[in-house]
Design a protein around this ligand. Structure first.
Ligand SMILES: *Cc1c(COP(=O)(O)O)cnc(C)c1O
Length: 490
């Protein structure tokens, strides 16, 4: 870093805050609470502001630039959502308040449950899960309980295609099932012969990501659902990427038994870096009694048009239980409600149409420069190979690191595993044509550099405060310190 550290700006007597004159009797603090080794910098308010604004700009963010991180749906989060979530009537609620005093919040949750049921074509929704992966876990626990209650305990396997999101086999394993991997066919769809061979009375169900991590809508979806149902299994759809399907396909009507949403992807709201998530689960009649709770129900219908119903929180009859304390991430419910309300049905349909259009535009613009292994109409994302047959030792990682120099966040790397040197690109619907065209130009520039100046890629990024990090160590042993790294962390 060439910028001075905030400690270097310190000058005796500089102040950033003015405290009001003391209006209580002065007393000495107990000596054991005082320390003289607290070496804080003495800086002005403006220096502090500049320091933190500079720090915040060292990271990439959707508010700063294009962020085509496949599967993660890093679309622009309208600031309106934030205004709504910060309304004091929502933000200052206490989870232990009487239900009588939070009827507005319960009405919002009830309406959101209803809308999410409508959009997905399912009967009932629970907003309890706090992330996509937690929604998955809830769904598989429901499938487990459904079979257990029927005394059908020999079903120990869940089928998972090799184009599934990585959380799917992890969820299956955590729920105590054996994950059975299914191959994909040459088109990137589930290999139907392998599926039929795997279907028997030990199969509890199948977990399929739609659209798949190849960005493809499963071509034989109805055959897949039928095959699993015919052997007594239930169908789970990973709907984290419903941003490709809204207003176009209803998974409940296709025959799925359960799916989860990622509110923090499809319905905007900031995410990443472990920020708050929300992964509601939607189910049909079979699994409704098992939903995680609590769910919001109408306790007393409205007596007439001018009256509001009385809402209450209930645990479903045979619930798998709670997924987290209280009622899910309520602030995320408010943001998703605001997003759906602002878009309306036509607006959501257009979100999906444009997400799909943008991805296909990029796929076609890039396919002469980068190999697209499953080159057919895609959904909201597509996968290219990040290497070139005529260039040795330039990898997807080098292309990604070089993108940072052009102000673009890298696509998802090395996933899905079935594509060598995978770069998974999801432009999202919120980007305009100029941004997409600029990305195409940058990707072509990088492809040319790979041939002429491959070292420029291998040593990228060049424009960031630090270049290539030991990513494992950076995650496991993160040192958040603006002074030279202490000895213990070396
Ligand atoms: C993001 C994603 C998940 C996991 O969601 P989290 O909220 O990160 O737990 C699961 N499946 C798919 C397809 C996803 O894109």
């Amino acid at each position: 870093m060439t910028e001075p550290l905030i400690y270097e700006l310190s000058a005796a007597g500089r102040r950033g805050a003015l405290l009001p004159a003391i209006d209580v009797p002065e007393t000495a603090l107990p000596a054991e609470l005082l320390r003289d080794d607290l070496d804080l910098p003495e800086v002005s308010e403006m220096q502090v502001i500049r320091h933190f604004v500079k720090l915040s700009q060292m990271n990439h963010a959707i508010d700063k630039g294009f962020y085509p991180l496949g599967s993660c749906t890093m679309k622009y989060n309208p600031k309106f959502n934030e205004d709504m979530a910060r309304l004091p009537g929502f933000a200052l609620l206490h989870p232990l308040q009487d239900q009588d005093s939070v009827q507005g919040a319960l009405a919002l949750m009830y309406t959101l449950q209803t809308w999410l049921a409508e959009i997905s074509g399912f009967k009932a929704v629970s907003l309890a899960p706090a992330a996509g992966a937690q929604g998955e876990f809830s769904g598989i626990l429901m499938i487990r309980k459904y079979h257990q209650e029927r005394g059908d305990t020999k079903r120990t396997k869940i089928l998972v295609p090799n184009s599934a999101h990585g959380t799917n086999p992890a969820t299956v394993t955590m729920a105590g099932f054996q994950a059975v991997e299914l191959p994909s066919d040459a088109n990137g769809d589930v290999d139907l012969a392998a599926l039929r061979a795997a279907c028997d009375d030990t199969v509890a169900g199948m977990m399929i990501t739609v659209p798949s991590t190849l960005g493809l809508f499963e071509g034989h979806i109805l055959d897949v659902i039928r095959a699993v149902h015919d052997c007594g299994g239930l169908m789970y759809m990973d709907g984290a990427n419903m941003n490709a399907l809204m207003g176009i396909v209803k998974p409940g009507e296709l025959g799925f038994d359960v799916m989860h949403y990622n509110l923090h992807k499809t319905f905007s709201t900031p995410h990443g870096g472990g920020g708050p998530g929300s992964g509601p689960v939607a189910v049909g009649d079979k699994l409704k009694p098992y939903l995680p709770g609590p769910v919001v129900e109408i306790v007393e219908p409205a007596s007439d048009e001018d009256d509001a119903p009385l809402y209450g929180l209930r645990m479903p009859e045979k619930s798998i239980g709670r997924m987290k304390a209280f009622y899910g991430n309520f602030g995320m419910h408010v943001r998703a409600y605001a997003y759906i309300r602002i878009h309306g049905a036509d607006g959501l349909y257009n979100v999906s149409r444009h997400a799909v259009l943008n991805a296909n535009y990029l796929r076609v613009k890039l396919r002469d420069t980068y190999r697209v292994p499953y080159d057919r109409i895609c959904a909201h994302e597509f996968v290219v190979e990040g290497h070139f047959p005529d260039v040795e030792n330039v990898h997807a990682l080098d292309i990604s690191k070089r993108l940072i120099d052009f102000g673009v966040h890298p696509p998802t790397n090395y996933f899905p595993l079935i594509v060598p040197e995978a770069l998974m690109i999801e432009p999202t619907e919120t980007e305009d044509k100029a941004t997409l065209d600029n990305f195409v130009e940058v990707m072509k520039t990088i492809a040319a550099e790979a041939r002429e100046h491959p070292d420029r890629l291998r040593s990228a990024p060049h424009t960031t405060p630090v270049s290539r990090l030991d990513e494992v160590r950076a995650a496991k042993q993160l040192v958040l310190c603006c002074r030279p790294i202490p000895e213990w962390a070396e």
